[in-house]
Ligand binder design. Structure first.
Ligand SMILES: [Zn+2]
Length: 150
């Protein structure tokens, strides 16, 4: 693991704790939202909590998918309240990050990974501890396996 990767892992761990505290529990879609937010910020080279950042989240408006919204809000500080986050009801999970003068990037959950996760969550009656295990798995999945970035 490179120093950069170690640093990223540390950053993810800290922000996941914050996100779980805000959201009220720790689950796989919260982790997905956090990771999407971090990718958006990194790709746009945005400063932390850049006031000019805008996000459009495109996802299913029902739990557990909507949990990703809180992950995005915690990482980007683009929220429903400050009107910097727009929500579009959609299948799958994607978010478009836009930053004035720097362009935009769309981060989408790879449909293969998404369907696998969905099946695991819906097929079983998932107890909380299993949910957390799944969340940890999602946290450590390689970025290129979990997301499509364009
Ligand atoms: Zn949740």
């Amino acid at each position: 693991m490179t120093a950069f990767e170690r640093e990223q892992k540390r950053e993810l761990k800290t922000i996941l704790e914050k996100a779980a505290d805000f959201h009220g529990h720790f689950g796989p879609f919260l982790v997905i939202g956090v990771r999407m937010g971090l990718i958006g910020i990194r790709r746009l080279e945005a400063k932390k909590y850049d006031g000019k950042l805008r996000v459009t989240a495109m996802l299913e408006h029902s739990v557990p998918f909507s949990c990703a919204i809180d992950g995005i809000q915690v990482t980007t500080k683009c929220t429903i309240g400050n009107k910097k986050l727009k929500l579009i009801d959609s299948s799958g999970i994607a978010a478009k990050f836009e930053l004035q003068h720097k362009g935009q990037v769309t981060v989408m959950v790879n449909p293969v990974a998404f369907n696998r996760l969905k099946r695991r969550l819906l097929s079983e009656n998932v107890p909380p501890e299993k949910m957390e295990k799944l969340a940890r798995m999602v946290a450590s999945m390689p970025e290129e396996e979990l997301f499509i970035i364009e």
